[in-house]
Ligand binder design. Structure first.
Ligand code: PEP
Length: 252
């Protein structure tokens, strides 16, 4: 069934870059041969969303890395879903592990943000993933199912086509320590089974589940071959031309 789900690769630039380095990224994206069967999304820092949207090819989608749960108002430092749409971007990443574990975002807040972003017409990459101590305690599924439930409870049946789940084990993010293809596949399969049982079989078959955590040009092909891995969310390597290789992992 994996073949029916379009491969989707996101680049999360986090809090990195300036106009000069971003010009370099835009030039390898615009100049690279990106597999047309892969949906490509880049997530620049908020300050550069407009610049990137204006300069990267239209075939590359643009995402914000976060947004708040209401339309506007006295929320210093936040950005809104309508601002993201206003500059021509379509996507937002929500629930990234750095938002959860550096900024203390709860499952409940992430669920609220997912609900509001979808209601405003954005597409959402919703991130989940266990910490090392949770994996070592055998709690991986408990954690990712709990996080997924908090998200799924906020998605109407008609909105699932605008949601991508990113499974990102926290111990693999930015550490150079990738989950093995078998470890990642096992969690993706269990997640899809959970969605079958708790949402619907149809949605489970169609929802795309990305893997994230130290994906690079060397490990991407083997990971991409797994039947329940439908793409990647890439941090560090998305700042380098290696990102083009990762986008093309299914073609290799
Ligand atoms: C991420 O930020 O979502 C991520 C997976 O980072 P990295 O690829 O650097 O581990």
């Amino acid at each position: 069934m994996a073949s029916q789900r379009k491969f989707v690769v996101g680049g999360n630039w986090k809090m990195n870059g300036n106009k000069s380095s971003i010009d370099g990224i835009i030039s390898f994206l615009n100049g690279g041969q990106l597999d047309e069967n892969t949906e490509v999304i880049v997530a620049p820092p908020a300050a550069y969303l407009d610049y990137v949207r204006s300069n990267v090819n239209a075939s590359v989608a643009v995402a914000a890395q976060n947004c708040y749960k209401v339309a506007s108002g006295a929320f210093t430092g936040e950005i809104s879903a309508s601002m993201i749409k206003d500059i021509g971007a379509d996507w937002v990443i929500l629930g990234h592990s750095e938002r959860r574990h550096v900024f203390g975002e709860t499952d409940e807040l992430i669920g609220e943000k997912v609900k509001f972003a979808l209601s405003q017409g954005l597409k959402v990459i919703a991130c989940i993933g266990e910490k090392l101590e949770e994996r070592e305690a055998g709690q991986t599924n408990d954690v990712v199912f709990r996080q997924t439930k908090a998200i799924a409870d906020n998605i109407g049946a008609e909105d699932w086509s605008r949601v991508v789940i990113a499974y990102e084990p926290v111990w693999a993010i930015g550490t150079g320590k990738t989950a093995t293809p078998d470890q990642a596949q096992a969690v993706h399969k269990d997640l899809r089974d959970w969605i079958t049982q708790n949402v619907s079989a149809d949605i489970a078959q169609n929802v795309r589940i990305q893997y994230g955590g130290s994906v690079n040009a060397k490990n991407c092909v083997e990971l991409a071959a797994k039947p329940d891995i439908d793409g990647f969310l890439v941090g560090g390597a998305s700042l380098k031309p290696d990102f083009v290789t990762i986008v093309n992992a299914r073609k290799a």
